[in-house]
Design a protein around this ligand. Structure first.
Ligand code: SF4
Length: 429
């Protein structure tokens, strides 16, 4: 069988698609972008725009390869299986479970060519679905999924409904995968999950900190670990001590979602901290790791957000001085608590506020980058594009140097940071 797989959404989805692709190849299927017999779309449902993109991509894939068996999986099909099944040409619908069963489901479909919808109740997904990754499209930086699901039920978020409760991957499987990636030349692994900081809470005898300790000891050749997003309440003292202990091998970067910089908005969002707690923790982290890049997510135009609340959020983002802010305009998700709240804002207000936050995010990023001009930092190079080699520093500055004859992919170089060019820093060896 020839197959192709496309992915929308987050890094966890990318990782899963990569692992599915590896599993299918192990069964002697061949990846073929042009003439697939089976095509798979891994969907996302984080905003209503994502849902629209999913539907568009499903239709596009079917029109490109109308004879191929169309499999739709992921968060959108988990929450809206009927909607997906109704699209003409969709043959198999799974959700966020049964990803390791695509091969079997295709065989089942081939028997009588009847549409299959196999979507389990996400509330009952208590076990981490093991998908082994042993192929390498990520090259220098390898995403390693260590956790799935979330129990937080923030009022705006559909993810806990799509992914179910927290579940952690067996630590031995994590280490084995990282050992493989390192043996293939990967220098940096990004420990990823839906709520990564909860790693181990369902296993009982391990935490994110002890997993990192285990990786550091059992994969001594690993150059660097980077943590994907981590919730404020999951940054334990134990975790910070471990980061300190291995600070030369752990990226000087934490992405700590704030979502709103105003207590009343945070309360309506169902977030589990207030601004006083957020400030205190950031201050402590900065005292331990001076210069650390702290990046965040912020939702613009949440239900009931007054102009005053927005201004408080804006000011706090500025005062905290994030190294980067991902801004998301609030998007209504059916079935969430926020969906049934009063006070939804007009799309034009949401858009104006999101735009203002994006402008601020850019200013803050430049402010952070400026601090490093003139310094020489280690850069791990990833790819060549438009006459430049691009890479990242430990504190996640994107650095580019003029192309040379040498292939810098996966090379670590000391680079002097010269000046800012858009969202990158131009550097020189
Ligand atoms: S922590 Fe909140 S925003 Fe993040 S996945 Fe869980 S419910 Fe969604």
């Amino acid at each position: 069988m020839r197959f192709r797989i496309r992915t929308l959404g987050c890094k966890v989805n990318l990782y899963e698609s990569e692992a599915i692709s590896y599993g299918l190849k192990k069964k002697s299927w061949i990846e073929d972008e042009e003439k697939p017999d089976v095509q798979i779309l891994n969907t996302c449902t984080v905003t209503s725009t994502s849902d629209a993109k999913d539907r568009k991509m499903i239709r596009q894939m079917i029109s490109e390869a109308p004879d191929a068996i169309m499999v739709v999986m992921g968060c959108y099909s988990q929450l809206q299986p009927e909607e997906v099944a109704k699209i003409k040409g969709v043959n198999i619908v799974i959700g966020t479970k049964y990803k390791a069963k695509i091969y079997d489901l295709v065989q089942e479909y081939l028997e009588d060519e009847k549409q299959i919808i196999k979507v389990a109740d996400s509330a009952k997904f208590n076990c981490f679905e093991e998908l082994q990754l042993k192929s390498l499209s990520f090259h220098t930086r390898g995403f390693v999924k260590i956790q799935d699901g979330c129990n937080n039920f923030c009022s705006y978020c559909a993810v806990p409904y799509a992914r179910g409760p927290i579940k952690s991957r067996n630590p031995e499987a994590v280490v084995k995968e990282i050992q493989f990636l390192v043996s293939e030349g990967v220098k940096e692994v990004i420990l990823s999950g839906i709520n990564t900081g909860t790693y181990g809470q369902d296993l009982g005898n391990i935490t994110l900190a002890s997993l990192i300790e285990k990786i550091m000891v059992e994969v001594p050749d690993l150059y660097r670990i980077r943590l994907s997003s981590i919730e404020l309440m999951e940054i334990s003292d134990e975790l910070l001590e471990t980061i300190k202990k291995y600070q030369t091998r752990i990226a000087k970067h934490l992405h700590i979602p704030l979502q709103a910089g105003c207590d009343s908005t945070l309360e309506r969002m169902g977030r589990k901290y207030n601004m006083e707690q957020y400030y205190a923790r950031i201050e402590y982290i900065r005292s331990l790791f001076p210069g650390i890049a702290i990046t965040t997510d912020c939702l613009a135009g949440f239900v009931g957000e007054t102009a005053d609340e927005f201004n408080v959020t804006y000011k706090n983002l500025k005062t905290i001085g994030f190294a980067g802010v991902h801004v998301f305009p609030y998007s209504r998700r059916g079935g969430t608590k926020a969906d049934s709240m009063d006070g939804h804002l007009a799309p034009s207000i949401i858009k104006t506020r999101a735009n203002a936050l994006c402008v601020l995010a850019k200013e803050l990023k430049i402010q952070y980058m400026k601090k490093y001009l003139g310094q020489t930092l280690e850069v791990l190079f990833e790819q060549e594009k438009d006459g430049y080699w691009y890479g990242h520093t430990s504190n996640y500055l994107s650095v580019k140097v003029k192309e040379t004859d040498a292939d810098l992919t996966n090379q670590i170089k000391q680079i002097k940071l010269i000046n800012i060019n858009g969202v990158d820093i131009i550097g020189k060896e």
